[in-house]
Design a protein around this ligand. Structure first.
Ligand code: SF4
Length: 617
């Protein structure tokens, strides 16, 4: 359409036959005055429509969004359907693969997301999404395209693969992930590809009996176990790698351990109520049989040593690595948004290998913290909603029975959540014990809440909620790290809010070294150089601390080293370094511990000499 709007001359003063309009083409046409007003209105309508079209405001028919009907994934399709999943580290994913394969599925984790995944996510997805959406959605599209590249037709891919992922109803963009997957799949030509969700806040049974992916108690126990094993192996390897004497040995042994745990998980069969008595129960009282089997699964999880033995094997293997704990390393606690702080990919500028190359000791956040957080938030919600029932009015004061019922419901819910939290912690600690108690214990959620709430309302959910702020205070104030690095994705709403609150935190805790890094599909060099600068400060802090502690012991570094050389146990990962108040670094804490042992030995030696002299008389 032409940009020159046709001009209409005012012609009231002229006789009717002389009134005219000059068109944009320069021609003059006579128009009867009776039609002139209508013509103006028509032109206005056309022009308004053009402008609205250009601004994307053109009127369309609006229909309410309905979740597209999806072809079901049925039990009969299981043998020839591969379940795809991803989004964690390869260690978690390999172990989870073993767990899901042990339940009888064909299963495959996606390769790590990279920049191409990000570009594909942007190309096929909606505008204005957060960074992890682009990476994860694009990564699925990339993998499906690679299958096509291997010669599979689109129809074969759609028929023989499904993708399973966690879902939630928000409140951040996490609630949009499912829709984003579907949109990108449709736009990239994989319309009809099935995306299966397990709800992060859902219960233990989220699928019907004939569902292809049975999201039952076996599946959830397997998921929790797999994630815990991944967390713990990552944690212990992060404590060994910076001190390994032979470069690369930790990663080599870690790979062996992950493969071993994969086999351990795969070999595990779900508990089943079997035998003659069970047959009778299934026939006569299926409800009772079901409950008994459910309990059996729980009890076996709580008391069997199957997995504990697997982790003990890993610990023995890891303990063969030679370490030198006298190397001074700054400790960097990595926090941030869940995916950005977990992934080992371009999604966070490959931050973990970078920190390792730069000489830092890293403390990552285990996935288990997230599970504990969800449990704790559920407890808070139960407390906040005490006495309320959705869709019902509050009972009057005299309806004592109703009040009592609601109180009972509240106590029941809270007790179950409390019990779930206790069991989860107990399991985590049992597995930590198998790894010599080296991995960090889970941080108490109540403590985190108390620290974070004054800065970030703990009821504001979405993303990591108050955790980002709380972890920053917790790790810095308890002498657990020299610096905190927060990885927050571009476009992440909760992380942006956290950033605002972090300025108040930093102004209250002046000694804190805190650096937020916004992750996106580009800008690695800039991000790395900012981290390098903060790490420089942290290194100085660590070195000064080491020098101070060494001086306080009254020993020389050579004395300490000679003592360590004479004690091979101290050159093994199993050696437990005691944490001292006011001392952060591993090397500094180690020196303090060694000096104490040297003092004790000398005292003991003097005592033995005195005893010998006394024995002569
Ligand atoms: S927490 Fe942030 S990055 Fe993660 S899904 Fe929500 S908005 Fe996106």
């Amino acid at each position: 359409m032409s940009n020159t709007a046709p001009s209409v001359e005012r012609t009231e003063a002229l006789p009717e036959e002389t009134r005219h309009q000059t068109g944009g083409n320069g021609h003059t046409a006579f128009v009867p005055v009776s039609q002139l007003e209508e013509m103006i209105q028509q032109r206005l309508r056309e022009e308004r429509a053009r402008l609205e079209r250009e601004a994307g405001l053109a009127e369309t028919t609006h229909t309410h969004f309905r979740r597209p009907e999806e072809r079901p994934f049925t039990k009969a399709q299981r043998p020839h359907t591969t379940v795809l999943f991803g989004g964690l580290t390869w260690k978690h994913e390999r172990i989870l693969q073993g767990s899901i394969a042990g339940l009888g599925y064909k299963v495959m984790p996606l390769p790590n997301a990279d920049k191409q995944s990000f570009q594909l996510g942007k190309e096929y997805g909606n505008n204005g999404q957060c960074n992890p959406t682009y990476f994860t959605v694009g990564n699925l599209v990339k993998y499906l395209q690679s299958l096509e590249g291997q010669g599979l037709t689109k129809q074969e891919i759609v028929d023989n693969y499904v993708y399973v992922t966690a879902g939630a109803c928000g409140p951040c963009r996490f609630g949009m992930y499912e829709a984003e997957y579907r949109l990108a799949l449709r736009n990239s030509g994989f319309d009809g590809f099935r995306v299966l969700l397990f709800q992060q806040g859902g219960g233990l049974d989220q699928a019907g009996l004939e569902a292809g992916l049975d999201l039952n108690i076996d599946f959830f126990i397997g998921m929790l176990n797999g994630m815990n094993f991944g967390d713990l192996l990552l944690d212990i390897s992060d404590q060994i790698r910076p001190f390994e004497v032979n470069k690369g040995e930790t990663d080599r042994v870690l790979r062996e351990c992950v493969e071993y745990m994969y086999e351990v998980m795969k070999a595990r069969r779900p508990y089943k109520l079997e035998g003659t008595l069970a047959d009778v129960m299934w026939a006569k009282a299926p409800g009772l049989a079901n409950t008994t089997e459910f309990l059996g699964k729980f009890l076996r999880q709580l008391f069997s040593d199957h997995f504990v033995d697997g982790l003990r094997w890993c610990f023995d293997r890891l303990n063969t690595i030679d370490v030198d704990y006298l190397r001074v390393k700054p400790i960097c606690k990595v926090t941030g948004e869940f995916w950005a702080q977990t992934t080992e990919s371009d999604g966070n500028f490959n931050m973990f290998p970078f920190l390792d190359r730069e000489g830092a000791q890293v403390i990552r956040e285990p996935v288990a913290t997230w599970t504990s957080y969800l449990l704790n938030q559920a407890k808070n919600e139960a407390r906040d909603r005490r006495g309320l029932k959705e869709g019902e009015e509050m009972p009057r004061w005299y309806q004592v029975g109703k009040h009592a019922q609601r109180e009972l419901d509240f106590v029941k819910k809270l007790s179950l959540l409390w019990l779930a939290g206790k069991i989860y912690n107990r399991e985590y600690n049992r597995l930590r014990a198998a790894l010599g108690h080296k991995p960090h214990a889970l941080v108490n959620q109540l403590e985190l809440l108390r620290m974070g709430h004054p800065y970030y309302n703990s009821r504001a959910e979405g993303g990591e909620g108050h955790l980002e702020v709380a972890k920053n205070i917790y790790y810095s104030n308890k002498d657990l790290c020299h610096m905190v690095l927060s990885l927050k994705p571009f476009g992440c709403m909760p992380s942006t809010q956290s950033d605002g609150a972090q300025s108040a935190v930093i102004s209250h805790f002046k000694d804190m070294i805190y650096i937020p890094i916004e992750t996106s599909g580009e800008g690695d060099v800039n991000a790395h150089s900012r981290v390098q600068m903060a790490l420089g400060e942290a290194k100085v802090k660590a070195k000064n601390e080491f020098a101070r502690v060494l001086q306080e012991t009254g020993r020389t570094l050579d004395d300490i080293r000679a003592y360590v050389d004479a004690h091979p146990d101290m050159q093994r990962p199993a050696w437990k370094i005691q944490h001292h108040k006011g001392v952060v670094g591993t090397a500094a804490n180690f020196v303090k511990q060694v000096a104490t042992l040297m003092d004790a030995d000398e005292k003991g030696g003097r005592l033995r000499k005195l005893q010998k002299v006394a024995a002569m008389f």
